[in-house]
Design a protein around this ligand. Structure first.
Ligand code: SAM
Length: 214
């Protein structure tokens, strides 16, 4: 992947406040003002190059989408696509998703997506996994009661860890597949870049939809 250098990425980001922010805390509780109209707010943490969030925004014009990505040199690839597509229901945040409760008011988010999150395979790094209980606590606060939580990965170790983490937290499982691309749920599935690459390599895609107990 060709990555632009960080200073140039920072310049591009700063030049487009209509599509992206690096200070999401300024918009806490007021995200609907960033969109053409108020609609359910759907957030992806770790959007990468943005295939999922862009296609979701196109497929669901009745929802508003926010893609959060840590790396400036990666998120500008979404920004450049959005400058062309001008989707009225897509906004970007370049920041660390480990501060979600600084970015969103309680119950401001209707749907939250994690796709192919970094697995952090070493046990001593378990707290960095985006499905660790410390992250679940934040998701529970920003999500509406019974709001949708969705997670996809090809990493079996991360999926096993995550299922245990969700279960120990008391989350309710609504849907699950150990091979998403060969299941009925795939009819409405929107692929991510990593998902496309790993499924082409023959990896099964693990998928779960869940919500926090109200
Ligand atoms: N979701 C994309 C996909 O499925 O193709 C990208 C997957 S890639 C393995 C993980 C992405 O999450 C990377 O772009 C990384 O920079 C981003 N990321 C990791 N930790 C993050 C965090 N705490 N906050 C925001 N983004 C994060």
């Amino acid at each position: 992947m060709r990555l632009r250098n960080k200073p140039r990425a920072a310049g591009e980001i700063a030049a487009h406040p209509e599509w992206i922010t690096i200070t999401p805390e300024d918009h806490k509780g007021q995200w609907q003002t960033k969109f053409a109209q108020p609609q359910p707010l759907c957030v992806e943490v770790g959007s990468g190059k943005g295939q999922f969030i862009i296609e979701m925004a196109k497929a669901h014009p009745d929802k508003n989408f926010i893609g959060i990505e840590l790396q400036p040199s990666v998120i500008i690839m979404i920004l450049e696509r959005q400058m062309v597509a001008q989707l009225p229901n897509l906004f970007l945040i370049q920041a660390n998703g480990n501060r979600l409760t600084d970015f969103f008011a309680p119950a401001e988010v209707a749907e939250l997506y994690l796709n192919f999150s970094d697995p952090w395979p070493k046990t001593r790094h378990a707290k960095r996994r985006l499905t660790h209980a410390n992250f679940l606590k934040m998701y529970e606060i920003v999500l509406q009661p019974a709001g949708l939580f969705q997670f996809k990965t090809d990493n079996r170790g991360l999926f096993e860890f995550s299922l245990q983490s969700f279960n120990a937290y008391g989350m309710v499982f609504d849907d699950l597949s150990l091979d998403l691309h060969h299941s009925a749920q795939n009819e409405t599935n929107i692929e991510t870049e990593y998902e496309h690459r790993f499924s082409q390599m023959g990896h099964p895609i693990y998928y779960i939809q869940a919500h926090f107990k109200t």
